[in-house]
Every structure is written in structure tokens, then in C-alpha cells.
Design a protein around this ligand. Structure first.
Ligand SMILES: *Cc1c(COP(=O)(O)O)cnc(C)c1O
Length: 333
């Protein structure tokens, strides 16, 4: 039986239609700007999200890094959540490679950053201080969707205080599908957005940074500098384009499967956090390691953490979810 892998939505295999699109892609050298499929992907996503330009890069980490470095100079600062991917899970790249100081603040339970706390963290114009330039938000944040009202308020704050606003939209489309709005309704509040094609969208590789002409021009130079200039990258861009054109609406299935998993586990007595998109967080506590080992014997791959995250994706079916719930029940007995 195939393994049911709930560790992340990065583990998906390209679908048959995606492989066919990759096979058929027209290619050129993208460092010369001559890969028609990369150019098509960049134009497509920029237009869809309401930006003038876009840049295809190998990873979300690079996309965020280039975004931060394009907004901020050495000695500038960005405000970010303590648990945000850009701050916590990207090796400190903005500081290491961009000499950008992060100003982390504690996030709220709903995945947002309290805008009063953000405002209080903005430093005065004084040569003792780093120059606060940017606010970075994440949506979805650990599976939670930021409300459109919140985004409008964040935008208003940034306008008022002269900050740029960046979105780590690794799972932007999960948020859009959950809200039932075009992704642009979310991205219109931002100066730049990073979108992962390799998460729930199901492409094997790739992220896209969207923004204005000047910002993306700067990011293009930085991409070369950090070694992200790829050549016949159209094979990968084709996968991303296919995902954007065929595998967005189906994210609703992942959300339904996450609900199904949460409901089944709650019925067994597990404490499960409310589910909004494709992430289920279960209090596994001290049982985390034993649970992981037990499930592995049943062909189910889990992470081992006291606050256990399980992620649904296009290779997880309703039947798989039933098997996982059964495994948890068997573990208890
Ligand atoms: C996965 C992810 C990224 C980028 O990750 P890569 O593995 O570098 O593509 C950025 N932000 C969030 C929130 C993510 O989940």
C-alpha cells in the first residue's frame, strides 16, 4: 500500500497532466530572459495577482529573501512574527545575506500580528536605530487565514508610517480558496508577494516573487547573485503554470479532508485545534514519538512533535484519512 505522508504538502508527486505539461514545455535560457515558459508563468501570475512583474525562483526561501533584500538595504529593519517562516525557518538569511535586522514580535492566536504592537515596534528616525522599512506578514499562517479587514488595516498602517508590506504567501491560494475570493483580493494590499508552487499546488519545485517593475528588477539581479539563475527552467515553470491553471480549486478538497481528519480524531478524544485550511494540529504531548513509530508501521508518515502538525494535500484521499483515524484508534488500544 502506498505510504500516507502527512508531514507536509511539499511531498506531493507531479500529476499526470503536470508531467505532460512539463514534457511539452517550450524552453530557452532563462538567465538570458529567453525561456518562453518561464516568461509566460511570470506574466500569468503577475497579472493574476495584480502586479507589474514577477520572478520565478527555485524556492520560497529564496523568493522571500529576494523580496526582503529588494525592499531593504544594509542596516534596515523589517518587522515580522516570531513564528514567521522568513524569520524562524530560513536560516536567518535576511540578516546573513542582506544585513537586514529582523524585529520579531509575538504573533496572535489568529495568525496575525497585533497592529498596535507593530506600530510600537517602528523605530524613530534616529541614528541610534536601524531604519524600519518593511512589515512582513504570512498567509496562511500555520493554516490560519488572515481576514481581509485585517489586511486592509495593515495596509493603512504601512501607508501612514511609510513602510512597505510583503506577504509570504507560500499558501496564498489556500487562503483565497478558503475565503472564496480571487487571490488578487488578498494580494492587492501588498507591495510584494511570494507564492510557493511546490506546496499544496503540487509542483515539484519553484516559487514566484511578484511586485513592481523596479522591485522585481532588483530581485532579478539578486537572484543571480545568490545562484538562483536557472537555464532551461521552463520545464519547472510549466509545472507551476499547470498547477495555477488546474490545481487551485481542488485545494478545497484538502481543506475538507483536514476537517474530516480533525473531526475523526476529536471523536476519539484527541485535542485538535480548529481547522481552517489544510493543516491539522493535534496535542500529541508525550505520546508524539510513540505515535509516530506506531503509525509508521501502518504506512503512515507523521512528524513527531508534542503539537503534532498533519497536512493534507493532493496525494491524500478521503480513504487515506479514514485509515489515519483508524490507526490513531488502534494506537489508543
Ligand atoms: C515552505 C514555506 C516557505 C518556503 O519554503 P521553501 O522550502 O524554501 O520553498 C516560505 N514560507 C512558508 C510559510 C512556507 O511554508
Amino acid at each position: 500500500m502506498p505510504v500516507i505522508d502527512l508531514r507536509s504538502d511539499t511531498v506531493t508527486q507531479p500529476t499526470a497532466g503536470m508531467r505532460a505539461a512539463m514534457q511539452a514545455a517550450e524552453l530557452g535560457d532563462d538567465v538570458y530572459g529567453e525561456d518562453p515558459t518561464v516568461n509566460q508563468l511570470e506574466r500569468y501570475l503577475a497579472a493574476e495577482l495584480g502586479f507589474a512583474a514577477a520572478l520565478f525562483v527555485p524556492s520560497g526561501t529564496m523568493s522571500n529573501l529576494l523580496g526582503l533584500m529588494a525592499h531593504c538595504e544594509r542596516g534596515d529593519e523589517y518587522i515580522v512574527g516570531q513564528q514567521a517562516h522568513t524569520y524562524k525557518y530560513e536560516g536567518g538569511g535576511a540578516a546573513v545575506l542582506g544585513s537586514i535586522q529582523p524585529q520579531p514580535i509575538e504573533g496572535e492566536a489568529d495568525g496575525s500580528l497585533d497592529l498596535d504592537k507593530v506600530e510600537a515596534a517602528i523605530k524613530q528616525d534616529d541614528f541610534h536605530f536601524a531604519r524600519t522599512r518593511l512589515l512582513a506578514l504570512e498567509n496562511t499562517m500555520q493554516g490560519k487565514v488572515l481576514s481581509l479587514d485585517y489586511l486592509a488595516s495593515a495596509r493603512a498602517l504601512c501607508e501612514r508610517r511609510g513602510l512597505a508590506l510583503h506577504l509570504d504567501g507560500a499558501r496564498l491560494y489556500n487562503a483565497a480558496v478558503k475565503l472564496g475570493v480571487p487571490a488578487r483580493t488578498i494580494t492587492e494590499h501588498f507591495d510584494s508577494v511570494s507564492v510557493c508552487l511546490s506546496k499544496g499546488l503540487g509542483a515539484p519545485i519553484g516559487s514566484v516573487l511578484c511586485g513592481g517593475e523596479a522591485l522585481i528588477g532588483k530581485a532579478r539581479r539578486l537572484r543571480k547573485m545568490v545562484g538562483g539563475g536557472m537555464r532551461q527552467a521552463g520545464m519547472l515553470a510549466a509545472a507551476g503554470l499547470y498547477a495555477l491553471q488546474h490545481q487551485v480549486e481542488r485545494l478545497a478538497d484538502d481543506h475538507a479532508h483536514a476537517e474530516q481528519l480533525a473531526a475523526g480524531l476529536r471523536e476519539l478524544g484527541w485535542v485538535v485545534e480548529p481547522v481552517q485550511t489544510n493543516m491539522v494540529y493535534v496535542q500529541a504531548g508525550e505520546q508524539a514519538d510513540a505515535l509516530k513509530a506506531f503509525c509508521a508501521q501502518q504506512g503512515i508518515q507523521l512528524s513527531a512533535a508534542p503539537r503534532l502538525r498533519m497536512v493534507t494535500h493532493l496525494d491524500i484521499s478521503a480513504e487515506d484519512v479514514r485509515r489515519v483515524i483508524e490507526a490513531f484508534a488502534a494506537f489508543q488500544n
